[in-house]
Write a protein that binds this ligand. Structure first.
Ligand code: ADP
Ligand code: MG
Length: 324
């Protein structure tokens, strides 16, 4: 007779992980031993990132478990995307207050649907009892020296973002009752918050075209700020160029702090020299990925945000702080 812990692992995770892949080329040993054994190609660097979602902090406890499963992995894949790394393996540490089969089945649906889409394989984890939290560690590979680092922005580079900004932030405000949105915008914004799509293909395509990159988890101003600091440069953004989520365009007077400071959009922000612009737009068009030039990197440190009338808009660049 197996213990409940091992039944959960086998039923909801191990069986699914075995079923999902027909090739074992990059895996010597998966779930079931004390460690997984990964075959890291000898001409690769291993890109590793870990993220935790805590119920009640990162999502309301009543969130659809399918969305929780998706997002728990999406935030990690978004980190790989931002480095231009190819997703390969992941581990999952799951802490749950009780065995809720409906929740586990839903979680698995969201989690594995995304995993299978990007070919990332579950190779181990840990299952424990306690306040609900989910930790996913992702492992990807990138050819040596080709990762997109925060520190590689150069004066003269143009600054770009993929997709659109502010959708997830707007959904948060709507959930808190601070704004009311037309139904179609509310649905789209909520989907953005609960079910972000990691920009994996885009990140891979940006190798050799972009200099620096980051994924926007804490808000554009804060995350671009990390690139500026790491690269020892500054930037000026033209606010009227920001690609706004459709829900934001309904405001006659928009609070620019929303697209600048709201997090959770998981788009990429990156810099690239002007000479690469045509190649860049060609490549991203292949994935029907919207990509917008919003400003330029400069020698003078700091982030300057310019309104259409030329005035500077002062914004908060600190992002979300868990221990504030
Ligand atoms: P150990 O006590 O050696 O850490 P565990 O008893 O925690 O091993 O887990 C047994 C096996 O199941 C290990 O291979 C571990 O990686 C895997 N595992 C545990 N929980 C999960 C999970 N939620 N998802 C995937 N694999 C898991
Ligand atoms: Mg263990």
């Amino acid at each position: 007779m197996q213990s409940a812990e091992f039944q959960i692992i086998e039923r909801y995770f191990a069986a699914r992980a075995r079923a999902a892949y027909d090739s074992d080329a990059d895996l010597e040993l998966g779930i079931g031993d004390d460690c997984a054994l990964l075959r890291v190609p000898h001409d690769s660097e291993l890109a590793v990132s870990v993220d935790t979602l805590v119920a009640g902090v990162h999502y309301p406890p009543e969130t659809d478990p399918v969305d929780v499963g998706h997002k728990a992995l999406a935030v990690g894949l978004s980190d790989l995307a931002a480095m231009g790394a190819e997703p390969r393996w992941m581990t999952l540490a799951l802490t749950l207050p009780e065995v809720d089969e409906t929740w586990l089945a839903g979680f698995g649906r969201g989690f594995f649907a995304l995993a299978e889409r990007y070919g990332v394989r579950l190779v181990g984890g840990d299952t424990t009892r306690g306040p609900e939290s989910i930790t996913v560690q992702v492992h990807g590979t990138v050819p040596p020296g080709r990762a997109l680092r925060r520190s590689l922005a150069c004066p003269g580079d143009l600054v770009y973002v993929t997709g659109e900004l502010g959708g997830a932030g707007l959904a948060l405000l709507a959930r808190q009752g601070k704004v009311s949105l037309p139904a179609e915008h509310a649905t789209r914004a909520l989907e953005r918050l609960n079910c972000p799509e990691p920009r994996i293909r885009e990140g891979l395509a940006l190798r050799g075209i972009a200099h620096a990159a980051i994924d926007i988890s804490d808000g554009l101003a804060a995350d671009l700020g990390h690139i500026l600091k790491a690269s020892g440069v500054g930037a000026t953004l033209q606010l009227e160029r920001l690609p706004l989520a459709p829900g934001l365009t309904v405001y006659e007077t928009l609070d620019w702090n929303l697209p600048l400071c709201a997090g959770d959009d998981y788009e990429l922000c990156f810099t690239s020299p002007p000479g690469n612009q045509i190649r860049l737009l060609e490549v991203l068009e292949r994935f029907s990925c919207r990509c917008t030039c919003i400003g330029a990197i400069e020698n003078v440190p700091g982030l300057r945000c310019r309104l259409a009338n030329g005035e500077l808009f002062v914004t908060d660049t600190r992002g979300y702080e868990h221990f504030a």
